[in-house]
Design a protein around this ligand. Structure first.
Ligand code: WTA
Length: 660
């Protein structure tokens, strides 16, 4: 947009060329067809636009039965040279990251590409100084500050595998993830600011490390000046380490730290996500394919043009932050806004202030945030200049039409295309979405697949659905037929789990866990999860995970957790709990159970409702009939489905009576 403001200059940078940018519907169709007919030629040509130390021997090798998926095999590269070094000559003083603090009174930080290069090199040196080697797992548990980006990219620079854990997870969850990843190093902060709260990150890490014998070093950045314990020999200060490293990487004002040469199929990171089993899985992405996929989807879905200011409101603790705050935008040489706080602090106009302040061109957020901000009415929008916006995006859950239209009218002022990007932690980047202003949008529909993505709707037997319903729609479980560059490669430490979770439900297909509709024009609408995974405020939470946590509470005999429709969160968590002794004080017991869930998983998994019951609807073989509980949680009192196969149909009536 070229509006210069007090924070940075724009438009002074030579445009990076993206020969693979799709600029018309015809080109989309052509590129899509080519990606299906000749995937190796198609992706090989795109990958030529990146910096490789050595070219690949083969673009793609795969089978879904093991699964084995290899992209750009034999290619050598370092992703940080693609995200940073290659921009230095032409865009060294262009902002890579603009950081907006939690407290609007605090100073903004603008990190140019040269500054990012220096800090990443310095931190890479810090990692080496602390004994981190290529392939080691480094857990990162920090707030949304530029140092988090330096930590992530510093790992990538030396080929260490980062595993970022969202700041809302508990000590127990961290301990489980540290163990699963066999992590030896942690990067954290004394604390993090989130709205009016301070989260004592280091103290949570200390709890997670009780009894831990594998962690060698904890590097601690000072953010909140919260008093913390620093264990001799294990805990070191970020500031001291960085100062020491500076003299090692910078000589005569020239910064250099050679990036480690990596194989395209070496792991880049692990990110834990919930599935239908009780234990989160460590999704593994590898370097080459993930780089190409995040870059390609970033440029094409948002229709990024050089100079644009991109604001993705996600946390880097989730995949959206990995792909569309860091790797996608940075590999494209873009300017990415990173926000430390929350949308409602100090008031519900915060996003609009940030857009106005930095003249943001692309806003990417979650439907739950839109619905929450809608509920504050129009006041927070008063006097906010949103005219810099060109493109709006949503991600994380289905967007309802009301929220879509509000976003369109009040934020985009009817002149910004809205992209509804459907994807998953496992997919690395967007799989189904319209391309802003290039392919048509349809409210509540993710619309068309990206080139390289071949969706298929199947019935429960894995047969392709071909018969439209009475509205002319195909309806089924969403699968993908062939690999795209950003697909997960394995689940850390347990490849068989990856196979059974994603590739075994239906033969030779990747199963997404989502249900979808397809219209006669080929558009897809994602209807939500068809497995036991909830989507609460855009966060994935397994019902089994929450049940396990509740069952750990003393006195709980058994529990069953289901989702129900929630106006703001999309889904709320409804727990039916059999408790042996509530001491006549249900409210206190309820609060105790909340505490247990917060300790075991984190506050994000706290049930919205807990109903105490004397029994659960079970079949004669002892299986809980969740479909009945789901109906009850949604407020259904009569048609809860067939209860004749239940061991004790009487419990259903009792549960309906006690519905909260
Ligand atoms: C849901 C987030 C409808 C879906 C990137 C998926 C969506 C899960 C959309 C993945 C969308 C994501 N429309 N549903 N545009 N985007 N989902 O792993 O159920 O945190 O399976 O990745 O979110 O969540 P995850």
């Amino acid at each position: 947009m070229g509006t210069s403001n007090q924070f940075y200059k724009t438009n002074d940078y030579r445009a990076m060329a993206y020969p693979y940018q799709i600029t018309s519907l015809e080109q989309y169709k052509k590129d899509y067809q080519r990606s299906v007919d000749e995937p190796e030629e198609f992706w090989g040509a795109i990958a030529e636009n990146f910096l490789w130390r050595k070219k690949w021997d083969k673009v793609l090798d795969w089978n879904f039965s093991e699964p084995k998926i290899e992209w750009f095999k034999g290619g050598k590269l370092n992703i940080t040279e693609n995200c940073i070094d290659r921009h230095l000559e032409t865009m060294g003083d262009k902002p890579a990251i603009i950081w907006e603090p939690n407290n609007p009174e605090e100073r903004t930080r603008v990190v140019t590409y040269s500054r990012l290069h220096k800090r990443v090199c310095q931190f890479a040196q810090v990692l080496i100084n602390n004994g981190v080697k290529k392939g080691d797992r480094v857990c990162i548990y920090m707030g949304m500050i530029p140092e988090l980006a330096y930590a992530v990219l510093g790992c990538a620079r030396i080929g260490a595998i980062h595993s970022v854990i969202f700041g809302g997870f508990s000590a127990q969850s961290i301990a489980d993830r540290l163990y699963d990843a066999q992590a030896e190093f942690i990067v954290t902060c004394d604390g993090a600011y989130r709205g009016a709260k301070d989260i004592p990150l280091k103290s949570i890490i200390d709890d997670a490390l009780i009894g831990n014998r594998t962690i060698k070093k904890v590097i601690v950045y000072t953010r909140t000046r919260t008093p913390i314990s620093m264990l001799k020999g294990r805990d070191v200060w970020w500031e001291d380490e960085m100062e020491h490293a500076e003299s090692q990487v910078e000589k005569d004002n020239i910064v250099s730290f050679p990036a480690t040469e990596m194989d395209a199929e070496d792991p880049l990171f692990i990110l834990y996500t919930s599935g239908s089993t009780g234990k989160p899985k460590g999704v593994v992405h590898t370097i080459g394919g993930y780089m190409v996929w995040t870059n390609y989807t970033f440029i094409n879905t948002f229709q990024y043009t050089p100079g644009d200011i991109h604001f993705c409101t996600a946390d880097i603790g989730w995949i959206t932050g990995h792909s569309y705050i860091l790797y996608g935008p940075l590999s494209a040489g873009a300017t990415s806004v990173m926000f430390e706080g929350i949308p409602t602090y100090p008031d519900a106009g915060r996003f609009w202030d940030i857009i106005d302040k930095y003249k943001v061109n692309i806003l990417y957020t979650a439907p739950t945030a839109i619905r929450s901000l809608m509920s504050y009415g129009m006041d927070p929008l008063k006097y906010k200049d949103l005219s810099s916006l060109k493109t709006l995006g949503t991600v994380g859950e289905p967007i309802n039409e009301e929220a879509w239209h509000w976003y369109d009218e009040h934020i985009g002022q009817k002149k910004c295309p809205i992209i509804d990007t459907w994807w998953q932690t496992e997919t690395g980047g967007t799989l189904i979405s319209n391309l802003a202003g290039v392919t048509p949008a349809k409210p509540s529909w993710a619309t068309l697949p990206m080139p390289g993505v071949q969706p298929l709707l199947v019935d429960e037997h894995g047969e392709e659905v071909t018969e439209p319903d009475e509205h002319g729609m195909l309806k089924g479980n969403l699968c993908i037929k062939a690999p795209w560059p950003g697909i997960l490669r394995t689940t850390y430490g347990d490849h068989e789990r990856c196979r059974t979770n994603y590739f075994a439900t239906y033969k030779d297909l990747y199963f997404t866990g989502d249900g979808a509709l397809k219209d006669k024009d080929g558009n897809y609408r994602i209807t939500g999860r068809v497995d036991d995974v909830l989507n609460v405020s855009g966060h994935r939470i397994g019902t089994a995970e929450v049940e396990n946590a509740i069952n750990m509470h003393a006195g709980v005999v058994e529990s069953a957790v289901v989702g129900y429709q929630h106006d703001i969160k999309g889904q709320g968590i409804y727990a039916f709990v059999i408790h042996s002794n509530v001491h006549g004080d249900e409210e206190l017991t309820r609060k105790d159970i909340f505490q247990t869930v917060s300790r075991v998983i984190g506050a994000i998994a706290k049930p919205d409702k807990i109903q105490f019951v004397s029994g659960l609807p079970k079949t004669r073989s002892g299986k809980i009939m969740r479909r009945i509980l789901r109906k009850i949680a949604e407020g259904e009192t009569k048609n809860v489905g067939d209860i004749t196969t239940l061991l004790d149909p009487g419990v259903v009536e009792e549960i309906i009576k006690g519905k909260l």
